[in-house]
Design a binder for this molecule. Structure first.
Ligand SMILES: *[C@@H]1O[C@H](CO)[C@@H](O)[C@H](O)[C@H]1NC(C)=O
Ligand SMILES: *[C@@H]1O[C@H](CO)[C@@H](O)[C@H](O)[C@H]1NC(C)=O
Length: 303
C-alpha cells in the first residue's frame, strides 16, 4: 500500500485546506509603507505613527514599514543617494521574502515613496499589490526642489548636484531626486536620460506592455495631492498633472497629458474601470490629520 492514492489523500486534505482558506480569508490585508525623502522607516513621529494608526484601526493587521539598507541611517541616506532602481529592487526582494505578504498587500507611499511603490507594482507583480495609495507623490516628477527635507550637509550636496545639472550622467547616477527631475523645456533629453521616471512612466520610444498590464492589476490607485504643497513643483504632479510641454507656467491635468491620451501606462484604462481615485486635501506637503487618514484612506481602502 505504498502507492499514492489521490482519493485517500483528498478525503482528509480537502477539509483541512478549506479550513486554511477560511482562516486566511479572515486575516486583514497587510500593509506596506514606504517613507519619503529625508525620512526613514521607523521614526515614532512619522512612519511609526502611521503604522500605529493603521494597527489601531484594523485589529490584527500586519504593517511593515520598508527599510532600504541595513539600518535607519543608511535608509535615510539611501533615499538621496542610492539609485532608485536599486531601491525598488531591494523593496521587491523584501516583499517577496516576507511570508506575511504572500496573499497580497496594500501599499502606502509617502512623497517619493509613492512613485517608488508604483514602480514596485509595475515591476514586481508577485505577491500582488492590491490598493496603492500615494501621498504627495511626484508621479510626473519635479521641476524644482524648493525644500530639502534632510540634514543641512545632505541638502547642500543635493543642491550642488542639481545646480551642476540634473541630466548630467554623474548626477543621474548619484542623486535619486535627479532621477525624477522633469524639465518641461528639455522633454527629449528627459525621455532619453532620466534613469527612473521616464522608464517607469513608459515614456521611452519603446513602450513596455508589462508596466501597463501590471499597473492595471491594482484594485485601486489612489493619488492624494496636498492643495497647498510647497515642496512638490508642480504640486499637480501628485495627481499625474504636469506642465504643458515647452514651458513652465501652465499646468494641465493628467487627462490632457500624452501619458493618459495615448494610454501607454494604462491610467486611462484604470480610470475607465473606476479604479483611479484622485483626492485633494488642504495643507502643505504631507500635512494631514490622523482623523482625515482614518476617514478617507483607512476606512475606505484598507479595511
Ligand atoms: C518590461 O518590464 C519588465 C518588468 O520590469 C521587465 O522584466 C522587462 O524586461 C521589460 N521589458 C522591456 C522590453 O524593457
Ligand atoms: C490651500 O489651497 C486651497 C485650494 O487651492 C485654497 O482654497 C486655500 O485657501 C489654501 N489655503 C492656504 C492656507 O493657503
Amino acid at each position: 500500500m505504498s502507492r499514492y492514492s489521490p482519493a485517500m489523500t483528498a478525503s482528509w486534505a480537502l477539509p483541512l485546506s478549506l479550513l486554511l482558506v477560511t482562516a486566511a480569508a479572515q486575516e486583514p490585508t497587510p500593509v506596506i509603507l514606504w517613507h519619503g525623502m529625508g525620512d526613514s522607516c521607523c521614526l515614532p513621529t512619522s512612519m511609526g505613527m502611521i503604522k500605529r494608526t493603521v494597527e489601531e484601526n484594523i485589529p490584527g493587521v500586519y504593517v511593515r514599514s520598508l527599510m532600504i539598507g541595513p539600518n535607519i541611517i543608511d535608509d535615510t541616506l539611501n533615499g538621496f543617494f542610492m539609485p532608485i532602481d536599486a531601491q525598488v529592487e531591494e523593496a521587491c526582494q523584501k516583499i517577496a521574502a516576507d511570508d506575511s505578504l504572500q496573499g497580497g498587500y496594500n501599499a502606502m507611499g509617502f512623497s517619493q515613496g509613492g512613485q517608488f511603490l508604483r514602480a514596485v507594482a509595475q515591476r514586481c507583480p508577485s505577491p500582488p499589490m492590491k490598493n496603492l495609495i500615494t501621498f504627495g507623490g511626484q508621479h510626473q516628477g519635479v521641476f524644482g526642489l524648493p525644500n530639502c527635507l534632510g540634514t543641512e550637509g545632505v541638502c547642500e550636496i543635493v543642491r550642488e548636484l542639481l545646480d551642476y545639472g540634473a541630466y548630467e550622467s554623474f548626477v543621474q547616477s548619484h542623486l535619486a531626486q535627479a532621477q525624477y527631475w522633469h524639465d518641461p523645456l528639455k522633454q527629449q533629453q528627459y525621455v532619453e536620460v532620466s534613469q527612473f521616471l521616464a522608464d517607469i512612466n513608459n515614456e521611452r520610444d519603446v513602450k513596455n506592455e508589462t508596466y501597463k498590464e501590471n499597473l492595471n492589476k491594482l484594485e485601486n490607485l489612489v493619488l492624494v495631492m496636498f492643495s497647498n504643497d510647497t515642496m512638490v513643483v508642480p504640486r499637480e504632479s501628485s495627481h499625474f498633472g504636469f506642465y504643458a510641454l515647452g514651458q513652465d507656467k501652465v499646468v494641465v491635468p493628467l487627462q490632457q497629458t500624452p501619458i493618459y491620451t495615448e494610454d501607454y501606462l494604462g491610467l486611462q484604462q484604470l480610470d475607465t474601470d473606476g479604479k483611479l481615485a484622485m483626492l485633494a486635501t488642504e495643507g502643505d506637503h504631507l500635512e494631514f490629520s490622523i482623523d482625515w487618514l482614518v476617514e478617507n484612506i483607512i476606512n475606505v481602502y484598507l479595511k
